[in-house]
Design a protein around this ligand. Sequence first.
Ligand code: HGY
Ligand code: MN
Ligand code: MN
Length: 416
Amino acid sequence: MNINTLRINGERLVARLKRLGTIGALDGGGVSRLALTTEEKGGRDHLVSEMKALGLAVAIDPLGNIFGTRKGRTAGPAIMLGSHIDTVATGGLYDGALGVLAGLEVIATLNDAGVETENPLVIAAFTNEEGARFQPDMLGSLVFAKGMALEDALEIVSIDGKRLGDELAAIGYAGSDAGPVEIGAYFELHIEQGPVLEDEAIEIGVVRGVQGISWTEITVSGRSTHAGTTPIRLRRDAGLAAARIAAGVGDLVREIGGDMVGTVGAINLTPNLVNVVAEKAVMTVDLRHPDAAVLKAAHERLVAVINAAAEREDVTLSTRMLADFPPTDFAPALVDSVEDAAKALGLSTQRMFSGAGHDAQIIAGLAPAAMIFVPSVNGISHNTTEFTAPADLANGANVLLRVALSRAMPINGEIA
Ligand code: HGY
Ligand code: MN
Ligand code: MN
């Protein structure tokens, strides 16, 4: 059989995405499956049953990473297709889920066609990719790639005050299996989550790498006083200091310009009341840039902004790094494979950097890795209205099928 004629079943893929999308569904659309919540457990249980229905051997590792293996004629190295099924609290159907469920669709297509491969194929769903509830993000792949000790990860406390190890045990995913020992290649299909592909009417993003990411948590301590009786010169206003820091982030991003981005996504004031000067502010700053030196300079400017705000408002503060990932380049040979596969399918392509973080950037430290992007409508993601058209979903999954086969070496049937 000519493997080149193999195509995934797009309707079946969309049906898989919709089924998973019912788990943690939000009224009015969108999904919330924050890591290690009961909603995410529901998604995990569903994924495991779908993996077993496809004849995959399921392994759960000590951080709850899920691996479904389709045996090859040899024991390895494994060709891994992965992503995540946890979401932010206002998530969509596609961020992460597409990469995992398209992997299952690749398996289903090979099963239907009776294709055997030399190398085993592994579908991976990594724990806590989003980093919305527990920081840092990409935590499951980070521990799997030995970038953080399991013991340290289990002690991380969530934004709602829960210990990660306890939450993992509570949902029954503190596994004891080992994940794949040797990975020959890792491919991740993902929605772009930005506007570039749609803007330029390009069907497949050939991702060269991921930009650097730094997350800083800042705790500002002032003094609560009456909003009406206290002259400004006598205040130690944590809320005003936090506002100055947030404004300073916007200024430094605009001054650096180019690809620099910075986000103050969370500010929590205490006591957070209309007529009380805030005694405490806990806030986060997310800085990203493709160039490590520029990201470092931006972080240094952030420190200056923070210190100036503390001085101006007579508050004290402490900072904590929640995530710190350098820019990552993907394996050129795999990037070429993605481009070749897309072109062989007659799809338009564009090489690009990823603005969002992904497990692929962590696995790239362990094995050759690359990513495939498909367009996001209006460039929207981390938003309940996130959408990618079925034709684009199928395009991405067909590229995934092709690059997976190019590495897993089909036994019956040739790849021309
Ligand atoms: O933050 C990110 O880029 C990813 O969604 N964790
Ligand atoms: Mn994602
Ligand atoms: Mn995300």
